[in-house]
Design a protein around this ligand. Structure first.
Ligand code: 13P
Length: 254
Protein backbone atom coordinates (compact mmCIF):
# COMPACT_ATOMS: atom_id res chain seq x y z
CA UNK A 1 0.00 0.00 0.00
CA UNK A 2 1.22 3.50 -0.77
CA UNK A 3 2.17 5.72 2.11
CA UNK A 4 0.39 8.98 2.73
CA UNK A 5 2.47 11.65 0.96
CA UNK A 6 4.63 13.63 3.41
CA UNK A 7 4.91 17.25 2.26
CA UNK A 8 7.35 19.47 4.15
CA UNK A 9 8.09 23.16 3.69
CA UNK A 10 11.63 24.35 4.35
CA UNK A 11 11.36 28.08 4.92
CA UNK A 12 15.14 28.54 5.03
CA UNK A 13 16.03 32.10 6.22
CA UNK A 14 12.73 33.75 5.25
CA UNK A 15 9.66 35.44 6.76
CA UNK A 16 9.21 37.35 10.00
CA UNK A 17 8.00 35.77 13.22
CA UNK A 18 4.59 37.46 12.83
CA UNK A 19 4.26 36.21 9.24
CA UNK A 20 5.31 32.73 10.26
CA UNK A 21 2.76 32.54 13.07
CA UNK A 22 -0.04 33.79 10.80
CA UNK A 23 0.98 31.25 8.17
CA UNK A 24 0.87 28.42 10.73
CA UNK A 25 -2.56 29.46 11.96
CA UNK A 26 -3.99 29.57 8.46
CA UNK A 27 -2.30 26.31 7.51
CA UNK A 28 -3.85 24.59 10.51
CA UNK A 29 -7.28 25.88 9.58
CA UNK A 30 -6.95 24.91 5.94
CA UNK A 31 -5.73 21.39 6.67
CA UNK A 32 -8.03 20.45 9.52
CA UNK A 33 -9.96 17.90 7.48
CA UNK A 34 -7.16 16.74 5.27
CA UNK A 35 -6.25 13.25 6.40
CA UNK A 36 -4.87 11.89 3.18
CA UNK A 37 -1.47 13.57 3.54
CA UNK A 38 1.04 14.38 6.27
CA UNK A 39 2.49 17.87 6.25
CA UNK A 40 5.16 19.78 8.08
CA UNK A 41 7.09 23.04 8.15
CA UNK A 42 10.67 23.84 9.06
CA UNK A 43 10.79 27.49 10.18
CA UNK A 44 13.88 29.38 11.40
CA UNK A 45 14.97 28.61 14.98
CA UNK A 46 13.51 31.73 16.53
CA UNK A 47 9.98 30.87 15.31
CA UNK A 48 9.96 27.29 16.52
CA UNK A 49 8.41 27.70 19.92
CA UNK A 50 5.58 29.99 18.79
CA UNK A 51 4.81 27.89 15.74
CA UNK A 52 4.89 24.63 17.70
CA UNK A 53 2.32 26.16 20.05
CA UNK A 54 0.06 27.18 17.17
CA UNK A 55 0.25 23.67 15.69
CA UNK A 56 0.07 21.71 18.94
CA UNK A 57 -2.50 18.90 18.73
CA UNK A 58 -2.73 19.18 14.93
CA UNK A 59 -1.24 16.66 12.51
CA UNK A 60 1.19 19.24 11.09
CA UNK A 61 4.80 18.48 12.07
CA UNK A 62 7.33 21.13 13.00
CA UNK A 63 11.00 20.67 12.17
CA UNK A 64 14.17 22.62 12.81
CA UNK A 65 16.54 23.38 9.94
CA UNK A 66 19.70 22.24 11.72
CA UNK A 67 21.29 21.24 15.03
CA UNK A 68 24.83 20.75 16.34
CA UNK A 69 26.07 17.22 16.93
CA UNK A 70 27.13 17.86 20.53
CA UNK A 71 24.54 17.84 23.27
CA UNK A 72 25.91 20.97 24.94
CA UNK A 73 29.15 22.85 25.43
CA UNK A 74 31.27 25.73 24.20
CA UNK A 75 29.87 26.06 20.66
CA UNK A 76 29.05 29.74 20.32
CA UNK A 77 26.13 30.39 17.99
CA UNK A 78 25.04 26.77 17.77
CA UNK A 79 21.78 25.10 18.81
CA UNK A 80 21.54 21.62 20.31
CA UNK A 81 19.11 18.83 19.54
CA UNK A 82 17.57 19.10 23.00
CA UNK A 83 17.07 22.84 22.59
CA UNK A 84 15.04 22.38 19.44
CA UNK A 85 13.19 19.41 20.89
CA UNK A 86 12.25 21.60 23.86
CA UNK A 87 10.48 23.99 21.51
CA UNK A 88 8.08 21.23 20.45
CA UNK A 89 9.84 20.14 17.27
CA UNK A 90 9.55 16.54 16.11
CA UNK A 91 11.84 16.70 13.06
CA UNK A 92 15.12 18.22 11.96
CA UNK A 93 16.65 18.74 8.51
CA UNK A 94 20.16 17.31 8.38
CA UNK A 95 22.69 17.36 5.56
CA UNK A 96 20.81 19.95 3.53
CA UNK A 97 22.83 20.88 0.45
CA UNK A 98 23.08 24.49 1.62
CA UNK A 99 24.68 23.28 4.85
CA UNK A 100 26.99 20.97 2.90
CA UNK A 101 28.00 23.44 0.21
CA UNK A 102 27.74 26.90 1.79
CA UNK A 103 28.85 25.92 5.29
CA UNK A 104 31.21 23.05 4.52
CA UNK A 105 29.41 20.35 6.48
CA UNK A 106 30.94 16.95 5.85
CA UNK A 107 29.44 13.47 6.03
CA UNK A 108 30.97 12.58 9.40
CA UNK A 109 29.55 15.72 11.03
CA UNK A 110 26.13 15.02 9.55
CA UNK A 111 26.35 11.41 10.74
CA UNK A 112 27.13 12.60 14.28
CA UNK A 113 24.13 14.95 14.17
CA UNK A 114 21.91 12.09 12.97
CA UNK A 115 22.94 9.97 15.95
CA UNK A 116 22.39 12.82 18.39
CA UNK A 117 18.94 13.59 16.97
CA UNK A 118 17.86 9.95 16.98
CA UNK A 119 19.10 9.48 20.55
CA UNK A 120 16.45 11.91 21.76
CA UNK A 121 13.73 10.87 19.32
CA UNK A 122 14.06 13.88 17.07
CA UNK A 123 13.42 12.56 13.56
CA UNK A 124 15.97 13.49 10.91
CA UNK A 125 14.98 14.47 7.41
CA UNK A 126 18.29 13.40 5.92
CA UNK A 127 19.09 15.32 2.74
CA UNK A 128 21.32 14.02 -0.02
CA UNK A 129 21.92 14.86 -3.66
CA UNK A 130 24.50 15.42 -6.36
CA UNK A 131 25.79 18.64 -7.92
CA UNK A 132 25.40 19.46 -11.60
CA UNK A 133 29.04 18.52 -12.28
CA UNK A 134 28.63 15.21 -10.57
CA UNK A 135 25.50 14.45 -12.60
CA UNK A 136 27.16 15.44 -15.85
CA UNK A 137 30.11 13.21 -15.05
CA UNK A 138 27.72 10.29 -14.51
CA UNK A 139 28.47 10.14 -10.78
CA UNK A 140 24.98 10.62 -9.37
CA UNK A 141 24.57 7.12 -7.95
CA UNK A 142 28.12 7.01 -6.65
CA UNK A 143 27.66 10.33 -4.80
CA UNK A 144 24.25 9.42 -3.41
CA UNK A 145 25.49 6.01 -2.25
CA UNK A 146 28.45 7.56 -0.45
CA UNK A 147 26.27 10.15 1.25
CA UNK A 148 23.91 7.37 2.37
CA UNK A 149 26.72 5.08 3.56
CA UNK A 150 28.54 7.79 5.48
CA UNK A 151 25.45 9.50 6.81
CA UNK A 152 23.93 6.27 8.10
CA UNK A 153 27.17 4.79 9.47
CA UNK A 154 26.54 3.02 12.77
CA UNK A 155 22.83 3.85 12.89
CA UNK A 156 20.69 0.94 14.09
CA UNK A 157 18.04 -0.64 11.86
CA UNK A 158 15.20 0.44 14.12
CA UNK A 159 16.32 4.04 13.71
CA UNK A 160 16.85 3.79 9.97
CA UNK A 161 13.28 2.54 9.70
CA UNK A 162 11.97 5.85 11.07
CA UNK A 163 14.00 8.05 8.75
CA UNK A 164 12.89 10.47 6.13
CA UNK A 165 15.41 10.79 3.32
CA UNK A 166 15.13 13.79 1.01
CA UNK A 167 16.72 13.44 -2.41
CA UNK A 168 17.50 16.98 -3.48
CA UNK A 169 19.69 17.29 -6.57
CA UNK A 170 21.75 20.43 -5.90
CA UNK A 171 21.27 21.65 -9.49
CA UNK A 172 17.50 21.70 -8.97
CA UNK A 173 17.46 23.71 -5.74
CA UNK A 174 16.26 27.26 -6.15
CA UNK A 175 17.08 27.17 -9.86
CA UNK A 176 13.63 26.57 -11.32
CA UNK A 177 15.06 23.40 -12.89
CA UNK A 178 13.20 20.38 -11.54
CA UNK A 179 14.46 16.89 -12.04
CA UNK A 180 12.04 15.18 -14.38
CA UNK A 181 9.72 12.83 -12.52
CA UNK A 182 11.50 9.89 -14.17
CA UNK A 183 14.97 11.21 -13.26
CA UNK A 184 13.89 11.65 -9.65
CA UNK A 185 12.18 8.26 -9.52
CA UNK A 186 15.29 6.56 -10.85
CA UNK A 187 17.42 7.93 -8.00
CA UNK A 188 14.70 7.20 -5.44
CA UNK A 189 14.62 3.64 -6.69
CA UNK A 190 18.38 3.44 -6.30
CA UNK A 191 18.11 4.76 -2.72
CA UNK A 192 15.40 2.19 -1.94
CA UNK A 193 17.64 -0.51 -3.42
CA UNK A 194 20.54 0.58 -1.22
CA UNK A 195 18.30 0.46 1.86
CA UNK A 196 16.98 -2.97 0.86
CA UNK A 197 20.51 -4.36 0.48
CA UNK A 198 21.70 -2.89 3.78
CA UNK A 199 18.65 -3.23 6.02
CA UNK A 200 16.14 -5.48 4.27
CA UNK A 201 12.90 -4.89 2.43
CA UNK A 202 10.71 -3.99 5.40
CA UNK A 203 13.01 -1.23 6.59
CA UNK A 204 13.50 0.06 3.03
CA UNK A 205 9.77 0.24 2.47
CA UNK A 206 9.05 2.06 5.68
CA UNK A 207 11.56 4.86 4.96
CA UNK A 208 9.99 7.95 3.45
CA UNK A 209 11.91 9.21 0.43
CA UNK A 210 11.02 12.79 -0.45
CA UNK A 211 12.02 14.69 -3.56
CA UNK A 212 13.14 18.32 -3.30
CA UNK A 213 14.27 20.90 -5.85
CA UNK A 214 12.04 23.52 -7.47
CA UNK A 215 8.82 21.79 -6.47
CA UNK A 216 5.87 23.97 -7.51
CA UNK A 217 2.10 23.53 -7.66
CA UNK A 218 2.46 22.86 -11.41
CA UNK A 219 4.86 19.92 -11.11
CA UNK A 220 3.60 18.34 -7.89
CA UNK A 221 1.15 15.88 -9.40
CA UNK A 222 3.56 14.25 -11.78
CA UNK A 223 6.31 14.04 -9.16
CA UNK A 224 4.12 12.49 -6.49
CA UNK A 225 2.64 10.07 -9.02
CA UNK A 226 6.02 8.35 -9.29
CA UNK A 227 5.98 5.06 -7.37
CA UNK A 228 9.16 5.73 -5.38
CA UNK A 229 8.40 9.36 -4.43
CA UNK A 230 6.79 9.31 -0.99
CA UNK A 231 6.75 13.02 -0.38
CA UNK A 232 8.21 16.42 -1.22
CA UNK A 233 10.56 18.87 0.46
CA UNK A 234 9.58 22.31 -0.76
CA UNK A 235 11.71 25.45 -0.48
CA UNK A 236 10.70 28.64 -2.28
CA UNK A 237 7.11 27.58 -2.94
CA UNK A 238 6.53 26.81 0.76
CA UNK A 239 6.90 30.36 2.03
CA UNK A 240 3.69 31.51 0.38
CA UNK A 241 0.65 29.92 1.96
CA UNK A 242 -1.26 29.85 -1.30
CA UNK A 243 1.35 27.92 -3.25
CA UNK A 244 2.12 25.58 -0.35
CA UNK A 245 -1.59 24.74 -0.05
CA UNK A 246 -1.81 24.17 -3.79
CA UNK A 247 1.10 21.73 -3.56
CA UNK A 248 -0.57 19.91 -0.67
CA UNK A 249 -3.82 19.73 -2.62
CA UNK A 250 -2.14 18.47 -5.76
CA UNK A 251 -0.30 15.83 -3.72
CA UNK A 252 -3.50 14.63 -2.10
CA UNK A 253 -5.38 13.97 -5.32
CA UNK A 254 -3.89 10.92 -6.92
P1 13P B 1 13.48 25.09 -3.74
O1 13P B 1 12.13 24.41 -3.67
O2 13P B 1 13.42 26.55 -3.51
O3 13P B 1 14.22 24.68 -4.99
O4 13P B 1 14.34 24.49 -2.51
C1 13P B 1 14.39 23.14 -2.29
C2 13P B 1 15.02 22.89 -0.98
O5 13P B 1 16.18 23.15 -0.77
C3 13P B 1 14.18 22.33 0.09
O6 13P B 1 14.94 21.91 1.18
Amino acid sequence: MRKKPFIVGNWKMNLTLAEGVEFAKSLRKSLQNKNEIISGICPPFTFLKDISRVLEGSSICVGAQNIHSEKNGAYTGEISALMVKDTGCTHVLLGHSERRHLFGEIDSFINAKMKTALSIDLKPIFCIGETLNEREEGKTKYVVKNQLKNGLLGIARNHVEELVIAYEPVWAIGTGKTASPEQANEVHSFIRGFLTDEYGKDVANSVYIQYGGSVKPENTKELIAQPEIDGLLVGGASIKLESFLKIIDAASIQ
